[in-house]
Unconditional design. Structure first.
Length: 624
């Protein structure tokens, strides 16, 4: 009988209740997944409970490999699996409190359950702290474990490095969750932990651990948790947290890729942007083109905050027309360090545009079955399983059966780009050059709506100028709908933009930027750029606007020396057509037309009179 008692006491972490004098910080471990529907339904309430009881809890989340894709699991699948097997967890979401109490559903977890566990006294205390090395490549962990009483059993000290908060711009899985908390990144030294051996009354044991950090979205979120667990019973006797230190300045530089090379003798380039509040003077990076070797590169200069500069990578010409990958990684900068260790590499597909620029007029009605059209480019958003954004719509069009469609309902955030071929405007000086397209759009709801930005570039995509930007009600051509939007023939609207300011440009590029708010479908059709070749100044005896500036109404007065068919257009400062009137065939003499500014915002506008003989311009100022 005595031998049996001794064996039992050796298997358990045996303590004398009289010495149990410390409250027990509660370890709560959750198993979840970014593609688990029930997890998305239960986690908000569970996360709220954890946050409200942060002073009593040591929370840890393990992102499992089922029921679907989860990038955080793929960054450390084996250790998650080991912890799941340790508790025999076969479904998610599922939790364990102090190793012995199963929590399910996660919405059942509450302050009463936590306080009862917290007030279950223990003789064990844990003191925990961590630091990062000077170059932020390793975490150093220091622990002290003390027991006020005799403690023996199969005792394991387990330590986990966590990422306290991860926020994705788009949901990484299929359940819509974008925010994740206390994610286990690494067990140190491993899931087995460190065997502590038995404790004598009042004995303290000290430990020092280290880990070369990897797989972090933001090093400023690095924190550490530790707990003493009896593997015979799985009971957790005490736990501790070391909160994020923060204060690591992220690299004060970002990469804005140039997606095109327009001549065979041009090197690949990208744009360097200073994203910090301090000047950028040095940046250490590396790059490679295609499958070539990585090349170290040090940039020096003096960029003010928010300023940018083009970096040309000498010797990187693309011999054959086509596409090639450019990868650039920022290592460090004078005003910050690389804090994103999961995906620090900027990766962009560079396309060659060696063909001559298309002459005007250029028109494309999207009637070909090929998408993107020949010479056009698409840069869509990569999701877990697909590429979403601009596609060919075959069920509708502005006077046709096809158009370009941006499927915002499949994009929870971000932008998709549709870019035209190069357009030759070198012979348009002195002309009126217009860009036009038909659009159709309906948004999903007051909180889920999208925007369209139209941009032009005169330097092969190195920089872009916005000529049109609108969204929600200003973009919509049909009422909101929660069904996938398919426009009728009456739900298309013509956009005309005056781009005469870019006359003379030999290689003009235009791109449509679909900015997603997880709304509905946007359609583009009948893209056209034309220039009134040989148009001269319209001869007028008078041309005035009164009053000017205007707050409500203004009168345009002009005198014709001979009969003329006149069309009046008003463009805003971005070149967007805001008013249009066909005045028809007018006799010679004085004429007057009223302009209404009541629905126009303050700003500068261009009033254009266009006749068969030429055009005339006048500036109109609206002040509210």
């Amino acid at each position: 009988m005595l031998k049996k008692l001794l064996f039992l006491s050796a298997a358990l972490a045996f303590v004398l209740p009289a010495f149990a004098q410390h409250q027990r910080r509660v370890l709560i471990e959750e198993f979840t997944n970014a593609s688990c529907g029930p997890c998305a339904a239960q986690n908000p309430a569970f996360n709220t409970t954890v946050k409200a009881n942060a002073d009593f809890l040591t929370p840890i989340k393990y992102q499992t490999n089922f029921p679907g894709y989860d990038p955080m699991n793929q960054q450390n699948p084996s250790e998650v699996q080991t912890r799941r097997s340790y508790y025999s967890v076969n479904s998610v979401p599922n939790g364990r409190q102090n190793g012995v109490l199963e929590i399910f559903p996660m919405t059942s977890y509450n302050a009463t359950v936590i306080q009862n566990a917290y007030n279950t006294l223990t003789p064990v205390t844990i003191t925990l702290s961590h630091t990062l090395t000077a170059d932020y490549d390793s975490v150093l962990i220091t622990l002290s474990v003390k027991s006020e009483d005799t403690l023996f059993g199969n005792l394991r000290l387990r330590v986990a490095v966590l990422e306290d908060e991860i926020t994705f711009s788009t949901a990484p899985g299929t359940n819509g969750e974008k925010e994740f908390f206390q994610i286990m990144r690494k067990m140190v030294p491993n899931t087995t932990g460190t065997t502590t051996g038995n404790f004598s009354p009042g004995e303290t044991k000290n430990y020092s651990l280290a880990w070369a950090v990897k797989n972090f979205y933001d090093l400023n979120q690095l924190c550490v948790s530790a707990w003493l667990q009896n593997d015979a019973t799985k009971e957790v006797l005490q736990s501790a947290r070391s909160l994020p230190i923060g204060g690591i300045p992220a690299t004060g530089v970002n990469i804005r890729p140039n997606s095109f090379v327009c001549a065979a003798d041009e090197d690949v380039s990208f744009t360097l942007v200073n994203t910090a509040d301090a000047p950028l003077t040095t940046a250490t990076l590396r790059y490679r083109v295609g499958t070539g070797a990585w090349t170290d590169y040090t940039w020096t200069g003096d960029l003010a905050p928010n300023a940018s500069t083009q970096v040309v990578l000498a010797g990187t010409t693309i011999a054959q027309p086509g596409e090639v990958d450019l990868q650039v990684e920022i290592i460090s900068s004078n005003n910050g360090f690389q804090t994103n260790l999961v995906d620090p590499i900027s990766d962009v597909l560079v396309k060659t545009l060696y063909d001559p620029a298309s002459t005007l007029p250029f028109a494309y009605p999207f009637q070909s079955g090929t998408f993107p059209p020949v010479g056009w480019s698409v840069q869509n958003i990569m999701t877990t399983n697909d590429e979403v954004g601009w596609v060919l719509a075959t069920n509708t069009g502005a006077g046709s059966s096809r158009s370009a469609k941006c499927e915002f309902n499949d994009i929870q955030g971000g932008s998709a780009y549709l870019t035209t071929p190069k357009l030759n405007l070198s012979q348009t000086s002195g002309n009126v050059t217009k860009l036009s397209f038909d659009r159709a759009y309906a948004y999903f709801s007051d909180t889920n709506f999208d925007s369209l930005r139209v941009e032009v570039s005169t330097n092969c995509g190195a920089t872009w100028t916005t000529i049109f930007h609108d969204g929600k009600d200003g973009l919509a051509t049909a009422p909101p709908t929660t069904s996938p939007f398919i426009p009728t023939a009456a739900q298309w609207q013509l956009n005309e933009i005056d781009i005469s300011d870019f006359n003379g440009t030999p290689d003009l590029m235009v791109r449509f930027v679909g900015e997603s708010g997880w709304g509905n479908h946007l359609y583009i059709d009948n893209f056209k750029v034309s220039s009134l070749v040989g148009v001269k100044e319209l001869t007028l005896s008078t041309f005035t606007l009164q009053p000017n500036p205007t707050s409500d109404f203004a009168q345009v007065r002009f005198g014709l020396e001979k009969p003329e068919s006149i069309h009046l257009s008003v463009f805003n400062a971005q070149g967007t057509l805001v008013q249009s009137k066909q005045l028809g065939d007018l006799p010679s003499g004085e004429h007057a037309v009223v302009l209404d500014a009541n629905n126009l915002p303050s700003g500068n506008y261009k009033v254009v009179l266009r006749g068969k003989e030429g055009v005339a311009h006048a500036q109109w100022v609206v002040v509210k």
